[in-house]
Ligand binder design. Structure first.
Ligand code: WTA
Length: 653
């Protein structure tokens, strides 16, 4: 692991305070109020969360202990408490606001559906009964591989309702990537759709499910298919069923199961630096509270807000801020199927205009793409409904932040730059928009109850403006509980990089950061071998394995190279088996191969053929050198561990 450096971070001195009007109506109204809240929470985090859990969520039975941290790093929150996330998202809102829109869905071709809380509740109950009828029981894992249609949210909530554990797999992943995840989770049921609309074309999903199941590695015996695009699909007799056919056979009476706070809620796979993707496990009560509170305070939810988080439900952002956070708060959540595309580069602005979106949450890579498409698109739509903007997924460069602030926010809307991870369940470092002045490029300060810090390898806080490792010093309710089926990997990946201080474990996030003189966090990106392409984490190891599985490839090393649009672009260094020679055709074929193995998000931007890869004497590939080469920089720093200096010369030439 390379020590993060602070040289690469440009100094940014502008600050932007929220307007007096915004602060006056916000949940947390001033910096002093935030500070008092933060200090109170930091003095006793467990009491802080416990008080919120009591007032903010419904419990069938109270807990006996708010936090059990007797066996670190395995935390238990709200021990013995009984609750249900689907109940908190639906049932408890029915009486007071049954007719309020819960989900406003916009299809890419322009069709739209609004589901009120009552309607969504009815659909979730009905589909929960479908799952039961198909033999799904509490604790069973259910794969969800769907486009952005309301049925995706219905399927998630239905699993949560009966205590089945959902594993959503992003619809852009290939059949192979889907198979790996279904195998790891030992899922017996997969919920999918015939296809979805994206960039004016149908993305077929069912054939990928068929291919994922084909070689018999998975345990899938039932596939439920929602109809969206209505093209021809093959249905396997006895295994595959249409959603609407099954729904017609059950009623919609399905009381929410009284689940344990620590019952598994979902598994979501994310990339790590080594080995296969990790199944990040989140549980019921703590995750619910964390998604709820962060959504409430960070997006400053008010009764009439229309909240649009553009993330796909295949990512954690879609879990926490398209589905669970907004619905737990009784808010209106917008779901959009499509993407900006040549036939309509202003598609997002149309959605805001049409549905009067007031809170808009997207990724820096999308913002950079908008800038490229030109200001005419947003300027020709009515964006006056917006009052708050957010970003997530990667550091946002100050230029993109300023564009977002002026062209979209009209210098009126605070921007919340939110740092968090699949593992953290919800946002960890962020402005509270009515309270914390923002600085372009900084995620600002930790959420109350989050004891975040920047530390060295021994767990000591580093001085202001020095680079170090982003870490969290105290458990929080939304933290992941383990890696699915691999407690050891959980411990090693997140809790053993930094030595426990006085027996106290620190959570290691894998990001480099510094804090400035005001205590603001500036996240510098990953310190491990994870590449962040367009806000999506990809493990270099996964892409390397995909390359090596091609018969022509002997060895592969993958690094990220800075990219204006995507944040990072994938560059692969490849050595070939003896009988193959480098060519443009082979390069194209290898790119295609990676897409087939993982999905289009993992397509290498560049493949460089090499005679050999630079390695240490112990055989470890020196990625630091490759990163510098890929970025066209001079290779600096220590190369004394390089086994064969001539390799470097050749790669450079
Ligand atoms: C990066 C997405 C800087 C970071 C919610 C983290 C960020 C990884 C930010 C998690 C941000 C996310 N500023 N970097 N505001 N938000 N990251 O698991 O490297 O897909 O570790 O979760 O994205 O990615 P993940």
């Amino acid at each position: 692991m390379s020590q993060p450096t602070i040289e690469s971070i440009l100094q940014e001195n502008r600050t932007f305070a929220p307007s007096a009007e915004f602060s006056a109506q916000a949940a947390v109204k001033s910096f002093d109020e935030y500070k008092a809240l933060y200090d109170r929470a930091a003095a006793d985090p467990v009491a802080f969360w416990e008080a919120l859990a009591k007032t903010e969520l419904h419990w069938f039975k109270p807990w006996t202990q708010a936090l059990d941290w007797s066996n670190p790093p395995f935390a238990k929150w709200f021990v013995n408490g009984k609750t249900n996330l689907s109940y908190n998202c639906l049932d408890r809102h029915l009486e007071s606001q049954g007719d309020k829109p819960a989900i406003i869905w916009e299809g890419e071709p322009g069709d739209s559906v609004t589901l009120t809380y009552r309607e969504l509740h009815q659909q979730v109950c009905q589909f929960a009964n479908v799952l039961k009828k198909m033999g799904v029981q509490k604790g069973d894992r259910v794969g969800i591989y769907m486009p952005m249609i309301p049925e995706a949210a219905v399927a998630m909530l239905a699993c949560a309702r009966i205590g089945a554990v959902h594993g959503v797999v992003f619809g852009g992943f290939s059949a192979e990537a889907l198979r790996d995840r279904l195998v790891d989770a030992a899922a017996k049921v997969v919920i999918t759709a015939d296809g979805g609309w994206r960039k004016d074309a149908i993305v077929p999903l069912k054939p990928a499910v068929d291919a994922a199941i084909a070689n018999g590695q998975t345990q899938v015996t039932t596939v439920i298919v929602a109809k969206r695009t209505a093209q021809e699909v093959t249905m396997v007799e006895g295994r595959d069923h249409w959603w609407h056919d099954l729904a017609a056979t059950v009623n919609s009476d399905c009381p929410a199961a009284e689940l344990d706070a620590e019952d598994n809620l979902f598994v979501l796979y994310t990339s790590g630096s080594t080995g296969k993707p990790k199944g990040v496990v989140h549980t019921t009560g703590g995750y619910n509270l964390y998604a709820h509170m962060t959504c409430k305070w960070i997006f400053d939810l008010q009764a009439n807000d229309v909240f649009w988080c553009t993330a796909d439900v295949g990512w954690i952002t879609g879990h926490s801020y398209v589905v669970y956070g907004p619905l737990s708060n009784g808010a209106t959540s917008v779901m959009y199927e499509g993407a900006p595309r040549p036939s309509n580069p202003g598609a997002f602005w149309d959605v805001i205009d049409k549905h009067k979106v007031s809170i808009f949450y997207t990724a820096p890579t999308a913002i950079r793409a908008f800038i490229k498409m030109g200001d005419d698109h947003p300027k020709s739509r009515d964006l006056s409904s917006l009052r708050l903007l957010g970003t997530v997924g990667e550091p946002i460069n100050p230029e993109a932040w300023m564009w977002y602030h002026t062209v979209i926010g009209k210098e009126r809307c605070p921007i919340v730059d939110t740092w968090w991870q699949t593992e953290t369940g919800g946002i960890m470092i962020t402005p509270l928009p009515g309270a914390i002045p923002t600085k372009p490029g900084s995620a600002t300060l930790p959420f109350p109850g989050i004891l975040a810090d920047v530390v060295d390898m021994d767990g000591n806080s580093v001085p202001a403006n020095e680079g170090g490792y982003l870490a969290v010093r105290h458990p929080w309710p939304g933290m992941m509980r383990t890696v699915y089926g691999d407690d050891d990997r959980f411990r090693k990946t997140y809790w053993e990089h930094i030595a426990p201080v006085d027996g106290k474990y620190l959570y290691f996030a894998g990001d480099g950061a510094r804090r400035d003189e005001d205590g603001y966090f500036w996240v510098m990106g990953r310190v491990d071998d994870v590449i962040n392409v367009a806000g999506h984490r990809l493990g270099t190891m996964e892409i390397e394995s995909a390359l090596v599985s091609h018969p022509a490839v002997a060895e592969a090393a993958v690094v990220g190279k800075p990219d204006d649009l995507k944040g990072e672009e994938i560059v692969a260094f490849v050595t070939l088996e003896g009988t193959y020679t480098a060519s443009d055709e082979l390069m194209k074929e290898l790119k295609k191969h990676v897409v087939g193995e993982i999905g289009a998000i993992a397509r290498p931007g560049e493949i460089r053929f090499a005679d050999a890869l630079p390695k240490t004497r112990s055989g470890k590939i020196m990625r630091r050198l490759l990163r510098a080469l890929a970025a066209g920089q001079e290779v600096s720093g220590d190369t004394s561990t390089l086994e064969d200096m001539s390799v470097l010369e050749k790669l450079r030439g």
